[in-house]
Design a protein around this ligand. Structure first.
Ligand SMILES: [Zn+2]
Length: 443
């Protein structure tokens, strides 16, 4: 992922003070005295994966409403969201971070939307979970100004106050591992002034903008209805000054050629979540036009409740399959490019490419090992193809983030996984309607 697609058979790397200090062949790199040596024989060693979009705050809705369309599905998820408190939010995020780690995702962007109450700040609970697990994380705080459940709505002043306090407490915390971004949850729950304010606030605080864009044809219908005029999603964001190089347009699916041009002109990054598109049955984007337009393309799993997993290996495979099918061309998206999208290109989309996304000297040591010595990965004659088409998140053996060992031999070292599962089941029994019997079974 160094720009030359370098592969090193019998490779080694040296981690010092949280950073990669040498990369080469095993016989070229000498471990300093006292260094711990991790034997990765039989493994592929690659940069930690970058999950550019998820909703860990919705994790308790996993397996609920799996045969619905997006907006209908939200109707069964919202009552669960409404019952989240500080403990439920913390353990939900902890569970989601553990799941991301076990799939090799060292960077996670959590798009948070939880009702605003006076007695707890959801984003603080999520940041605490990210800190405790040791993941590299961004909380993208969603904004709701109108046309949404009343308990989510807030004024510009309320948004600004909340975001300023989050930036002060968490942006750049944990050695730069944690960060904040903002954006409207959906394009029809803000008006044009709200978009101007979002841009002004982001610029003033030096943070990015992260938002769902044209996920399905329904989006453009809802925009027309709410804004009272015929305007496409990307045109609306252009008018509202919410495109640009620090912006991630997420889940893009229903865009026309002019909208793709606008994204390219403004250097806006896009994030694809192909398995969620297929999960809802609302169509999927042909990725090729975005690649042809020269856009930076990241990948996201979307929330654990919206595809029932956090496996970015699965996302890579779906991305290739949907790109090939849409273009009727098996070369529409290849294994190297999609691996870049899951690592260095995702990091670029988030403005983090100077720190993570590749195994290069000077970068933070976000490194994973993938165990290739398994039936479904044998023979791995072409390792990138094995990673994209045959590997699963559960094949990840070790995870290092900023040089810290967060998982070894599939055991998470920073928190006790079993305790997290027990707590999450107890909380689900309390907040998910009808979940009591399931929890009793697990306990
Ligand atoms: Zn989403």
């Amino acid at each position: 992922m160094d720009g030359n697609r370098t592969e090193l058979p019998d490779g080694a790397l040296l981690i010092e003070d949280g950073k990669i200090s040498a990369v080469g062949r095993t016989d070229e790199i000498e471990a300093p005295e006292g260094a711990e040596v991790v034997d990765a024989t039989g493994c592929a060693v690659l940069p930690g994966l970058v999950n550019c979009h998820t909703h860990l705050c919705m994790i308790y809705g996993r397996t609920i409403g799996t045969e619905r369309r997006l907006l209908d599905w939200l109707k069964v998820e919202m009552p669960i969201m409404a019952r989240l408190d500080d403990t439920a939010t913390y353990y939900g995020a902890l569970l989601g971070c553990v799941e991301n780690i076990k799939n090799g995702n060292t960077t996670v962007v959590e798009n948070t939307f939880i009702p605003r109450t006076r007695d707890f700040t959801p984003e603080n609970a999520i940041f605490r979970a990210m800190r405790d697990v040791g993941v590299r994380g961004v909380v993208a705080r969603a904004y709701h100004a109108r046309n949404f459940a009343p308990e989510f709505l807030e004024s510009h002043e309320q948004q600004a106050e909340a975001v300023e306090s989050l930036v002060e407490d968490w942006h750049g915390a944990e050695g730069g591992r944690l960060g904040v971004s903002i954006g409207p949850l959906l394009p029809w729950i803000v008006d044009i002034e709200d978009l101007f304010e979002t841009r002004a606030l982001a610029d003033r605080l030096g943070i990015g903008i992260h938002m769902h864009v044209a996920e399905s044809p329904e989006f453009n219908e809802k925009i027309e209805e709410a804004h009272g005029r015929s305007i496409r999603n990307v045109e609306l964001l252009y008018e509202g000054r919410c495109l640009g190089s620090s912006v991630q347009a997420v889940a893009v699916a229903d865009l026309n050629d002019r909208e793709i041009e606008l994204l390219a002109e403004t250097e806006t990054a896009v994030v694809f979540d192909p398995q969620t598109r297929l999960f809802w049955g609302t169509g999927f984007p042909g990725l090729r036009p975005f690649l042809d337009a020269g856009l930076i393309c990241g990948l996201g799993t979307n929330g654990p409740a919206a595809n029932c997993g956090q496996d970015l290996f699965e996302t890579m495979k779906y991305a290739c399959a949907t790109a090939k099918t849409a273009a009727n061309d098996p070369t529409a998206l290849g294994r190297y490019r999609v691996l870049e999208m899951a690592t260095i290109e995702g990091a670029r989309a988030l403005g983090m490419a100077d720190r993570t996304g590749s195994l290069e000297v000077g970068k933070d040591a976000d490194v994973i090992t993938v165990n290739l010595a398994q039936p479904h990965l044998t023979p791995a004659l072409d390792i990138p193809a094995a990673l994209v088409y045959s590997a699963k998140g559960s094949d990840v053996r070790d995870v290092f983030i900023a040089g810290n060992a967060v998982m070894r031999n599939r055991e998470v070292l920073t928190v006790r996984e079993r305790d997290v599962l027990v707590a999450a089941n107890e909380i689900a029994a309390r907040i998910v309607p009808g979940a009591e019997r399931v929890s009793a079974r697990v306990a």
